[in-house]
Design a protein around this ligand. Sequence first.
Ligand SMILES: Nc1nc2c(ncn2[C@@H]2O[C@H](COP(=O)(O)OP(=O)(O)OP(=O)(O)O)[C@@H](O)[C@H]2O)c(=O)[nH]1
Ligand SMILES: [Mg+2]
Length: 308
Amino acid sequence: KILFLGLDNAGKTTLLHMLKDERLVQHQPTQHPTSEELSIGKIKFKAFDLGGHQIARRVWKDYYAKMKRSNCLCLNDDKEILRLATFSASLGYSYVQDLQKVICITLLLLAIRVKWHGMAWTRVECLTELIKCVVENILFESEIDSSSLIAFLGAASCKMARETRRRVVQDLIYRFLVARSFTVIVTILKTDWISSLDNILPVDAVVYLVDAFDKERFFESKKELDALLSDEALANVPFLILGNKIDIPYAASEDELRYHLGLSNCTTGKGKVNLAGSNVRPLEVFMCSIVRKMGYGEGFKWMSEYIN
Ligand SMILES: Nc1nc2c(ncn2[C@@H]2O[C@H](COP(=O)(O)OP(=O)(O)OP(=O)(O)O)[C@@H](O)[C@H]2O)c(=O)[nH]1
Ligand SMILES: [Mg+2]
């Protein structure tokens, strides 16, 4: 999972499409996140183009932030469970309409963590089967010996017919109510597109694009970059910084860009630098021109060294 980030107009969508089918297309500013499966050399990856204008930047975090405690609702007693039941049922009913509004709570129940106290495994399997057959997209972690089960219901559930979804939600709630003695943690993530579980999967790398000709916006770009670099959720994630549009005369040089982004002393080297076990984040600047198809290839080659 690779995120393409950077200010609006930096060239993220142009790059995505160039990598996808070597075509240069003029794009409207990106309004909604899109993703493409790409392969460069040996690496196959899913690239997320999240859009760079101010409002779009707000969703960047949804794609890399780990689940936070504050997003969790802990349910320990019957009253709480009942509240969840009512809430989930109402989600189940109104969901389809909400979808149209784009900004919506995407997932019915994104994560349900159930501690099974003294429940027979047949019951666990029963739930597993239920989830499996109705939700295409589940991420599943089950620690059989500790008797805990984390089931993620993905956004694929939004592909279900409304009736089915209602039945599933009710069925799940019914099962929870029957089981009673367990803890359920429900995380409901807000995102502004119909995502799948992709946004909670860990990020393997960030490609950060900067328009090297637009010097007036270097500071703004640095600010966003700094925020990303200092975010704990992205600690140690490799960053490929692409200084784009060097085909335009008077675009910043690599040194100039490094200086303005405050990266003069913290890049890790362009050759094959072994950083394994060093706890140092791979970070490097490559200048490129997407329209001339130059420069970014070296950048991706560098990045591939740091992706498992
Ligand atoms: N001269 C030049 N222009 C480029 C290059 N790459 C992209 N552009 C132009 O820059 C403009 C913005 O490109 P986009 O790919 O739409 O930018 P973006 O980063 O996706 O922008 P948002 O979707 O608003 O976040 C377009 O007019 C592109 O044609 C390049 O290498 N050289
Ligand atoms: Mg775009």
